[in-house]
Structures are given as C-alpha cells and as structure tokens.
Design a protein around this ligand. Structure first.
Ligand code: PLP
Length: 368
C-alpha cells in the first residue's frame, strides 16, 4: 500500500516537485505520474477519503474552497454559453461569475433558489451548466436538487452543487442527480481554522476526467502539509459534527423562543419553509445557521455582538470555536428580493459546551 510508510498509520508527506526516473521513456507518454503537482501519497489518501465519504468516481483538490467553486464552473463553461446559478450562492462565487466568466464570454443567469422543476423554463441550447448551493449562503434556503437535476438531465445540462454545509456527510449529491460536488475543506474537514483547501468531486469517471484536465490546465495543486492537516481533520470530523450539530439545534430552538429574535433560519426547524425538502433529502444538519433579530438600532446590534465572549466575530466557519457575524451586508440578490426587517446574524457553532454558549447568547441578547 503506497499510502503506508514503514507501517505508519498515516501516509507520508512528500515535499516534492521533481520526481526522478531511471528510464527516459518513463518521462513521456506513460500513464504514470511524472510531476508532483498532481499530488503524492498524502493528497491521494485525502482524495480517496473524500470519495469514500461523499461517493462519486473521484475527487480533485484545490488550494481553497473558492478555487473548487471556480474550477467546477470553468469545467462546465463553454464559449457563448450561459451558466444558471442560484441567487443564494456564496458571494465570491457570484463575483467570479460576474467578472471573470463574463469577460470570457460566459453569461450568468441567477434564479430563485426555490425554483425546483421550474428551472426547465430557463434551460436552453446555450445552457452550459447549473450551479446550486443548498442550503444557500447566509439565508439557508434548501433547494429541490432532485427536481432541478431531473430537468437539467432532460436537456443534457450538467449540475454542480456547492455541498460545503453538509460536509459531504448529511447530503449525497450524486444520489440526487448532480454531476459535480464542491467542498470547501477549509470548513469542517480541516476543522481547526488553520488551513485552506477545496475539492471537486465527480459523479462518474468522464466528469472526473474533465475536472482533472481543467485542474492541470490551470496549474492548480494542493500543498502536502495542508493536505495532511485536512486528512488529520477528517479523522475527527464525524464526532465533531455530532457535537456541533446537536449544539446548533439546541441553540436554534432556544433562539426561536426569544423575544429579540424574529425568526431562525435552520432547516431542521419545522418553522423553516424548506423543512420538508430538508427532511426528505438530508440525513442531518451541521452547525451553521442564522437568525434574524427584530428591528434594532445598529448601535445596539454592535453592542450585542461585542458583548459575546465565547462567540468570536469573523468570517469562515466549521472550526472548533464558535463564531457570530452580521450578514445583511453579505446578502446579494438579483433574481429574487431579500428584504429582512432586522439584522441577520450567522452562527457557526463550535465545540464549546452548549450551556456555556447559551449563557453567552443570553447575556448578549439582554443588551437589546
Ligand atoms: C467558505 C466557503 C467557500 C470558500 O471556501 P474558502 O476555502 O474560504 O475559499 C465556498 N463555498 C461556501 C458555501 C463557503 O461557505
């Protein structure tokens, strides 16, 4: 087994660019790896582990989660084509579509995340691909992936989904008709807020080969030490998710009963509009959700956030430590409207004791 070094449980981490060969013929035309940019034992072990978790024919690693989003889009893009992107997509993915894809002559059409089978009306000869994200960034709409994928398949249009929220554990895109699945491994897989990485998983060998080709053409790679950190994170991801999922659900229920909270956006809550689809397609929920405050003066919201002591304020999520951040400035919509009355606060629930987290939130909300 090439991934085992002298009996060690974990694969070796090779710091390599050049690979040496004895035969000149081996350098050319053989189906063997000739350059370490393709990834060595530790990257191979990580790719295999990701495929074992989420399914599919293979995984390709990228230096960040955003690079995995853009790699999936570039793999599907075609000259003069149009990509259909959910209006609830991760902001930087939207920026890539609106700037670089546009400059390359690929149009983007945003659609209502709750469009379901209605996507059929938007599909055309020009459709290069559909890009989903479920739940949506910041706002947590659950998409009807089977209905969207069935409509796309009928027109031979590929479907990619940013599946970061589920960590590949709670939702299996390839069982619901997607061709590509994107993971920001920076989140739950790395799990310790100390590394960037992403992955694009493919449903079948043909799509895996297309992603792989685009990856090599773009010169992407994933650093061995970072791959080691993500692989190490994966060893405990299951138990971390159990804890974070349970704490987040308890906090979501608690928040739903607070007078300062207008609504809670957590798909496992029956009050959420997409709860039925979540229940049908997901096996659980991770530790990221949001709630909307009742209308409050900005000064009060600032005081509330600053009075949190266990929840840090910052971007990214999925780490061991809890985070809280205001999201209204981050919510972009062009195909639908989003007009919250109050500020939306996103929580990434970490590994701290849930009672301590609740006490922290109770203290902060009392400021309002
Ligand atoms: C964070 C995130 C990304 C990007 O991951 P980075 O590693 O931070 O680039 C992509 N999609 C979603 C849904 C994310 O939350």
């Amino acid at each position: 087994d090439r991934t085992r070094a002298e009996g060690a449980v974990n694969p070796a981490v090779h710091h390599a660019s050049t690979l040496l060969f004895d035969e000149p013929d081996d350098l050319y035309g053989k189906p063997i790896k000739t350059y370490a940019l393709e990834g060595m034992a530790v990257q191979e072990a990580l790719r295999d582990a990701l495929t074992a978790i989420e399914g599919g024919a293979g995984a390709t690693l990228t230096p960040s989660g955003l690079a995995a989003c853009t790699l999936a889009l570039l793999t599907m893009a075609k000259d003069g084509g149009e990509v259909l992107v959910t209006d609830s997509v991760y902001g930087p993915t939207r920026r890539f579509c609106d700037t670089m894809l546009k400059r390359l002559g690929v149009r983007t059409r945003y659609f209502d995340p709750r469009i379901g089978a209605g996507i059929a009306a938007l599909l055309s000869e020009d459709s290069a691909g559909v890009f989903l994200e479920s739940p949506g960034s910041c706002t947590f709409e659950i998409q009807d992936v089977p209905a969207i994928a069935a409509a796309a398949r009928a027109r031979n249009v590929p479907v990619a989904i940013d599946n970061t929220w589920s960590a590949g554990v709670f939702f299996k895109p390839f069982e619901h008709g997607a061709d590509l699945s994107v993971q920001a491994l920076t989140k739950y897989q790395a799990g310790h807020s100390d590394a960037f990485m992403g992955a694009v998983l493919a449903a079948d060998p043909a799509w895996n080969a297309r992603v792989r080709a685009a990856y090599k053409q773009l010169g992407l790679g994933a650093a061995p030490d970072d791959a080691y950190l993500v692989l190490r994170g994966l060893r405990t991801m299951g138990v971390r998710l159990e804890r974070q999922s349970a704490s987040a659900l308890a906090i979501a229920h608690w928040l739903a009963a607070r007078p300062q909270v207008a609504r809670v956006m957590h798909p496992a809550l029956e009050s959420c509009p997409d709860h039925a689809i979540w229940k049908r397609d997901f096996s659980g929920a991770s530790g990221l959700f949001a709630f909307e405050l009742t209308p409050q003066p900005q000064m009060r919201i600032r005081q509330m956030l600053q009075s949190l002591s266990l929840f840090g304020m910052g971007f990214s999520w999925g780490g061991y430590e809890s985070l809280a951040a205001p999201m209204n400035k981050n919510i972009m919509r062009t195909a639908t409207s989003w007009a919250p009355q109050g500020e939306v606060i996103r929580l990434s629930v970490g590994l701290e004791h849930v009672d301590d987290l609740l006490a922290d939130l109770e203290r902060a909300l009392s400021v309002l």
